[in-house]
Design a protein around this ligand. Structure first.
Ligand SMILES: C[S@@+](CC[C@H](N)C(=O)[O-])C[C@H]1O[C@@H](n2cnc3c(N)ncnc32)[C@H](O)[C@@H]1O
Length: 247
């Protein structure tokens, strides 16, 4: 689902590529979207980095050099990319909210871009939603509060805060747009399995299905319109699309 929203955001930019660009995908996760992007660059290259060893090792196994010779995966994050090369474009999809020091992260993106290089970011926003309310409620009950894993704190900003931060980091902001993503899941099972594969492991792996199952029940209790008579659940998330250029 995230892939669908990501591609919808990226499509107009991907279409304008010449095919020889060097792209950095920052916080690439499982690398599926990095692989999609690499197909637009027959003579270019995608470098895809993520701080999660599991994600990078999965991506390397899934997208082998033989089939994706223009795609490289490596460990790294916003704060520490371990890169020196210059990029025509940096893409970051649903990852910047995990970066604790966003100013430092965006300064690093600025350093790695060529002059006039483009920054394309899709990030969840700070808006209070039924979804956030459901997660907070479930995390606070004793059944789950005792199992919460220590994961990097997630800090959400709103569109105005991102625009200001980008200007401070020497970017010219082309657009910052609030969007609402809405995705249908055929049933609760499909939604839960997507959540297990998408979210960072908030509780131990073996408890994830039960944990997200409780969150989905809570989400539906708060927002009954999310489920229709056939059991199809439409999940809504608030996000921000950012386009900026290095100045
Ligand atoms: C929801 S996933 C998104 C993955 C991928 N971009 C996508 O859209 O499918 C968020 C990713 O951000 C990564 N992440 C966490 N902290 C990060 C940081 N400081 N810098 C870059 N990525 C980070 C996580 O490891 C995770 O793989």
């Amino acid at each position: 689902m995230q892939r669908r929203w990501a591609i919808a955001f990226l499509a107009p930019h991907l279409k304008r590529f010449h095919g020889n660009e060097h792209i950095l995908d920052l916080g690439c996760g499982d690398g599926k979207i990095s692989a999609d992007i690499s197909r637009f660059l027959p003579t270019g290259h995608v470098t895809a980095i993520d701080p999660s060893k599991d994600m990078i090792s999965w991506a390397k196994r899934q997208f082998c050099d033989f089939e994706y010779s223009n795609l490289t995966f490596a460990l790294g994050g916003f704060e520490e990319t371990n890169l020196s090369k210059e990029f025509d474009c940096i893409i970051s999809l649903n990852a910047l909210h995990h970066c604790n020091d966003k100013k430092r992260g965006l300064e690093e993106a600025h350093r790695l871009l060529k002059d006039q290089g483009k920054l394309l970011i899709l990030v969840p926003s700070s808006k209070e939603s039924a979804w956030d309310e459901a997660i907070a409620a479930i995390c606070s009950i004793e059944k789950w509060s005792q199992h919460l894993e220590k994961i990097a704190e997630t800090v959400f900003l709103d569109s105005g805060e991102y625009a200001n931060l980008l200007e401070t980091c020497q970017f010219t902001v082309i657009s910052v747009k609030d969007i609402k993503t809405k995705d249908p899941f055929v049933d609760k099972e499909e939604f839960v399995s997507w959540l297990v594969g998408t979210y960072p492991p908030i509780v131990k792996r073996e408890l994830l299905t039960d944990f997200f199952s409780d969150i989905v029940d809570q989400y539906i209790a708060i927002y009954p319109d999310a489920i229709d008579a056939n059991g199809t659940i439409s999940a809504e998330f608030d996000a921000i699309q950012i386009v900026a250029v290095k100045r």
